[in-house]
Design a protein around this ligand. Structure first.
Ligand code: NAD
Length: 268
C-alpha cells in the first residue's frame, strides 16, 4: 500500500490498551505524518471517549463503526478474538489491516478466509515481526530448502501462570508453533509469525521456559537450511503498562507504518 502523493493515510485503531496508546502518541507526533488516526475502537470506556474526543478522534465500543470513517488502514492491537471477529469485515470493505495479535492467523482455515476477504476488498494484511528478530532472514531462507526452525522463549518467573516460587528454569511448553498458538494464545504471537515466515506452524518447534534468573523476556530463534544457520536472540524490555508486551513490538508497528510511506523500503 503506497499512499497517493499528497494524500494522508486515514488510520483506525482496534484496541486501545498498551500498544494502542503508545502507537497513538507516535502517530500524533510529526515523524509519522501523513498518517492520521481518525477513529479508535475499544472496550466501553467513557474516559477514553472524552480523551480522544478532545483530540478530534472518534471512540467507539462497536468495531463495525470504524467503517463510517473512510479509513485506509486499521491497526489491530486488541486480542486474537478481535482479529477473528472483525478482520474479514474490514478487509472486505477495502480497509487494510496491521495485525499485532498474529496468533489468530496460525489457524489455517481462518487464514484462508482472511485471504479471500482481502482479495475481495483489494486490501492487505500486514504482520509486523513484533517482539522477535530474524523474520526477514527466515523469509529469505524459506525461498531455498529450510530444514528446521526453532523458537525458545524464556519468560520471567510468574509468567504464564507458573508459580512464582520456582527456583530453577523450567520448561512449561514444548511442541509445535501451531500447538503453542492454541495452548498459550496470549503469548504465542511470535511463534505464529515465525511459522508463517518459515516452514509453517506445525513444523516450527517451540520451547517455552520460565526462568527466575532472568531480568527480561527473551526470544531465541534458530534455523538451519541450504542458506546456512541462523541464530538471533532478542532480550526484550517490557512496556511498563503491560509487562507481557515487549516494547519492540510497538516499535515494530511504528516502523511498519513509517515504511508504508517510504519510496525506498528496507527489508522484505
Ligand atoms: N506480535 C507481537 O510480538 C506482539 C507483542 C505484544 C503484543 N501483541 C498483541 O497485541 C495485542 C495488544 O497488546 P497490548 O499489550 O496492547 O494489550 P492490552 O491488554 O494492554 O490492550 C488491549 C486492549 O484492547 C482491548 N480489546 C481486546 N479485545 C477487544 C475487542 N474485541 N474489541 C475492542 N477492544 C478490545 C482490551 O480491552 C484492551 O484495552 C494483544 O493481543 C497482544 O497479544 C503482539
Amino acid at each position: 500500500m503506497v499512499p497517493e502523493e499528497g494524500m494522508g493515510v486515514r488510520i483506525g485503531l482496534l484496541g486501545y490498551g498498551t500498544v494502542g496508546r503508545i502507537l497513538l502518541q507516535r502517530l500524533l507526533s510529526d515523524d509519522l505524518e501523513p498518517c492520521q488516526v481518525v477513529a479508535v475502537a475499544g472496550r466501553p470506556d467513557e474516559s477514553s471517549r472524552l480523551e480522544l474526543g478532545a483530540l478530534g478522534i472518534a471512540y467507539t465500543s462497536h468495531p463495525p463503526d470504524l467503517l463510517e470513517h473512510d479509513l485506509d488502514l486499521v491497526v489491530e492491537a486488541a486480542s486474537q478474538s478481535a482479529v477473528r471477529d472483525w478482520a474479514e469485515l474490514l478487509l472486505q470493505q477495502g480497509i487494510s489491516l496491521v495485525v499485532l495479535s498474529a496468533g489468530a492467523l496460525a489457524d489455517e482455515a481462518f487464514r484462508s478466509r482472511v485471504e479471500v476477504a482481502a482479495a475481495a476488498g483489494r486490501s492487505y494484511v500486514y504482520l509486523p515481526p513484533g517482539a522477535v528478530g530474524g523474520v526477514d532472514a527466515l523469509k529469505a531462507a524459506a525461498m531455498g530448502k529450510l530444514r528446521s526452525v526453532r523458537l525458545t522463549t524464556t519468560k520471567l518467573a510468574g509468567a504464564l501462570g507458573a508459580g512464582g516460587d520456582i527456583t530453577d528454569p523450567q520448561t512449561v511448553f514444548q511442541g509445535s508453533a501451531g500447538e503453542a498458538a492454541r495452548v498459550l494464545p496470549q503469548n504465542m504471537n511470535v511463534a505464529a509469525i515465525l511459522g508463517m515466515a518459515g516452514i509453517g506452524a506445525e513444523h516450527t518447534e517451540v520451547q517455552v521456559v520460565v526462568d527466575p534468573g532472568i531480568a527480561v523476556n527473551m526470544h531465541r530463534v534458530e534455523a538451519e537450511g541450504d542458506f546456512g544457520r541462523l541464530e538471533v536472540v532478542v532480550r526484550n524490555r517490557p512496556c511498563p503498562a503491560n509487562p507481557r508486551t515487549s516494547y519492540l513490538a510497538v516499535l515494530s508497528a511504528v516502523a511498519l507504518l513509517k515504511g508504508l510511506q517510504q519510496r525506498i523500503r528496507v527489508g522484505i
